[in-house]
Design a protein around this ligand. Sequence first.
Ligand code: SF4
Length: 62
Amino acid sequence: MAISKVWIEDGCVACATCNGICPEVFEILDKAYVIETADFNEYEEEIKEAAAYCPRSIIKYE
Ligand code: SF4
């Protein structure tokens, strides 16, 4: 199913795991942020992988 929304809940420890997996969607400043202009569908697999590997399990998508 297509991903239309990606967000990060509170508790990011800025480990950069998500950025390492998918820098096209996740950027790290003081914490991780979703790049809202990214094409979420093009990176669907990477978004799911980043969510699975986030040590805080705070990456959400729908
Ligand atoms: S993987 Fe999770 S905890 Fe690590 S930077 Fe990304 S959102 Fe934050």
